[in-house]
Design a protein around this ligand. Structure first.
Ligand code: ATP
Ligand code: MG
Length: 687
């Protein structure tokens, strides 16, 4: 009886409805939705969650995992809108109860804190970001004498990458070395020793790195005593962008739901772009046969996002891929406008061109917010950011508040982390050495004094500082003990740290005023988090977005342009999309040195970028671009040619233009690269 069907179901196509109604609100067998970009996978997932709730599922028992925190909160909003059609005002209450929506890492951190005592973890653990992890790896390297005796031993960053790869791929070290880091194969024994020491150091200091959040979770979920409890906690487990999960994440899902009951995953193998983090396309392809009862598979065929012409061009690009499961989609959105390939002279012209085109689109009625500029690597947007700032065009850059990397911000965060977990040595060493008169050896003595005392604060108070530090010492001990005692006063804690830190800031830096402004902005951000622990955890796992506006994130009603790496643009869509540096050497990022698999992944990246566009797509090709110094060769300009993913045979799918038209038509050649310092030569003549 169609009158009993909620109205939102009528807006879906048959396949989508099949996925939404699978089990019709009850816990059902495993479900896989696999389909191309813009076919409504995420939309279907949101409808499925809403439908479960409308049919009476408990939102607190729904686990929803997306690729970013932003995606999770957007999904929650969508669920509220959809369920609201039936539930009216109650929908808001229900989405508030959808508390288990987040990323794999974020959810892992929460569950691990929750079960910490059951698995022998101290619940006050802190989380190391990649840089902290590399620092700790470096300490371990030094302790083992691997950096001194062996100058050619892999760098801390490479060591961490090898370790991370082995953990995430769940593969033996030798295999990882052989296939991904062959130039390090000779160090297998030393690396094993190093990783053992690294793991011990993490445990002694009660810190977890990113990989641990998945690794410990997977281990915990496989523990028979806990597995049942954990699995029963959630009736429904749903995962978006499943093509970008790795072996460890797949094993977590399998441990949570061994029979696949209540499990839904959606994804697109043609958009798999995270193999450098050991993501496995096989996860999604193997999903259906993983369980005793076969999974229901839903394929979607229609693209609702892009015009026919954009889709045709994107399909042409991905058709060149060697292997692919999902089929090409169709769209009935007619358009006379083909995607454009715009040739410009260099990156400065590219920035100018993009600004001008964006403003023209805005004149024509497309808000900045409906436009995005995408690029392969974060630093590719540098010249554009400068030009946007110069022209007062507000923008938000996804996934990277740069000031979080600034020394003063890291100092303050380290104080909070040290108070949260006094065993965290990377944080402790950073904090203690802020005090004048305290260097590495005094810091070591302090940390040891703290570790040997029953209570860290007592251990700190009992330490006798060197004469030079005597003046500052009581103030530090005082602040630390207050932070230890009252972790309930959030975000006042942060203000307290700033007040303590300001004199040191003034002593160490000439531009203390601007740095202080950063700290005030940090306080602003902090007020959006419920507690110190949540703030530290989430800031470490998923950075807030950066804006061009010094005063903080733009208000919701303000208009701003989106800048994003292609990786961070996953799952999103805009009316107009610009892709920067669509040239060989930028995408693919390497000029032909990548393996076939790597090059295939770059092709999928370009496909992801192109399929973000709804109505307008412009791909810009500077005739030369800037390369940041690689070892001996240094910074230099490189002459560029159109990306190999758009061969001549598919050029017909694009409109080709050049800008600025007059100058290029004149055939003006780019300026020569040779730089001579004639002044120096003159001086030299008289030496
Ligand atoms: P991606 O692979 O890029 O993540 P996706 O498959 O998740 O894409 P969605 O983002 O869910 O696709 O949907 C793409 C667009 O199509 C959205 O604007 C969505 O609202 C719209 N859409 C999806 N399904 C329908 C439908 N049945 N009717 C109308 N519009 C739809
Ligand atoms: Mg999606």
């Amino acid at each position: 009886d169609s009158t009993l069907q909620p109205a939102y179901l009528a807006k879906l196509n048959d396949q989508q409805r099949l996925a939404v109604e699978h089990g019709d609100g009850r816990i059902a067998g495993p479900l896989l939705v696999i389909a191309g970009a813009g076919s409504g996978k995420t939309n279907t997932l949101a409808h499925r969650v809403a439908h479960l709730i409308v049919r009476g599922a408990d939102p607190r028992r729904i686990l929803l995992m997306t690729f970013s925190r932003r995606a999770a909160s957007e999904m929650a909003k969508r669920v509220e809108r959809i369920a609201g059609e039936v539930l009216g005002r109650d929908a808001a209450v229900i989405t508030d109860a959808l508390t288990w929506a987040g990323t794999f890492h974020g959810i892992g951190a929460r569950l691990l804190r929750d079960y910490a005592l059951e698995i022998g973890l101290d619940p006050a653990f802190t989380i190391h970001d990649r840089e902290d992890s590399a620092d700790l790896m470096n300490l371990a390297r030094h302790d083992l004498g691997l950096s001194k005796t062996e100058a050619r031993f892999p760098t801390k960053g490479t060591c961490l990458a090898i370790y991370s790869r082995a953990v995430n791929a769940q593969a033996p070290l030798n295999e990882v070395l052989g296939s991904v880091f062959p130039w390090c194969s000779g160090w297998a024994e030393e690396l094993k020793q190093l990783f053992a020491a690294y793991v011990e150091a993490k445990q002694a200091q009660n810190v977890l790195d990113y990989d641990d959040l998945l690794l410990y979770w997977a281990q915990m979920a496989a523990e028979p005593e806990i597995a049942g409890h954990l699995g029963e906690r959630f009736d429904h487990v749903l995962v978006d962008e499943y093509q970008d999960t790795n072996r460890l994440q797949a094993s977590i899902l399998l441990a949570l739901k061994p029979d696949g009951a209540g499990l839904t995953v959606v994804g697109d193998d043609a958009q798999s772009i995270y193999s450098f983090r050991a993501a496995e396309v096989r996860n999604i392809l193997d999903f259906p046969r993983q369980f005793a009862r076969p999974a229901e598979i839903v394929l979607l065929e229609r693209n609702y996002r892009s015009t026919e012409t954009i889709l045709a061009a994107a399909n042409a690009v991905i058709d060149g891929a060697s292997e692919r499961f999902t089929k090409n989609l169709w769209s009935d959105r007619k358009s006379l406008r083909k995607p454009e390939l715009v040739t410009v002279r260099d990156e400065a012209d590219q920035a100018n061109y993009v600004c001008q085109a964006i403003l023209a689109e805005r004149e024509a009625g497309t808000a900045l917010k409906s436009q995005a500029v995408l690029f392969r690597a974060s630093h590719h947007s540098g010249p554009l950011e400068i030009e946007l700032t110069r022209r007062n065009i507000p923008f938000v850059k996804f996934g990277g508040l740069k000031f979080l990397d600034a020394a003063h911000v890291k100092d303050v965060l380290a104080v909070l982390r040290f108070a949260e977990n006094p065993r965290d040595r990377v944080a402790g060493f950073r904090v203690l050495q802020l005090l004048p008169g305290i260097g590495p050896s005094a810091a070591t003595a302090i940390v040891e004094s703290m570790a040997s005392a029953l209570d860290e604060t007592m251990g700190l108070a009992r330490y006798r500082p060197p004469q030079r530090a005597a003046d500052d010492w009581p103030g530090f001990v005082d602040m630390f003990s207050q932070l230890r005692a009252g972790s309930g006063k959030w975000p006042a804690d942060l203000e307290q740290v700033r007040l303590w830190y300001e004199p040191h800031l003034e002593r160490m830096h000439e531009d203390a005023t601007t740095r202080r402004a950063d700290l005030l902005q940090l306080e602003q951000i902090a007020s959006g988090y419920a507690s110190r622990e949540r703030f530290l955890t989430e800031l470490t796992l998923d950075r807030p977005d950066a804006t061009s506006d010094q005063a903080g994130p733009p208000h919701l009603d303000e208009d701003y342009l989106i800048l994003s790496t292609i990786h961070s643009a996953k799952g999103q869509e805009w009316k107009n999309v610009f892709v920067l540096n669509t040239v060989d050497g930028c995408i693919p990022i390497d000029l032909g040195v990548g393996s076939k698999d790597e090059i295939d992944e770059e092709r999928r990246l370009l496909y992801v970028a192109m399929t973000r566009a709804k109505d307008g797509l412009q791909m810009v090709m500077p005739q030369r671009f800037f390369v940041h110094g690689q070892a001996a060769r240094g910074d230099r300009h490189v002459y560029a040619s159109r990306t190999r993913f758009i061969p001549a045979s598919i050029l017909g799918a694009f409109e080709q233009t050049t800008w600025p038209i007059a100058q290029l038509a004149e055939g003006r050649s780019p300026r020569p690269e040779i730089r001579v310092d004639i002044g120096a030569r003159m001086r030299g003549m008289w030496k």
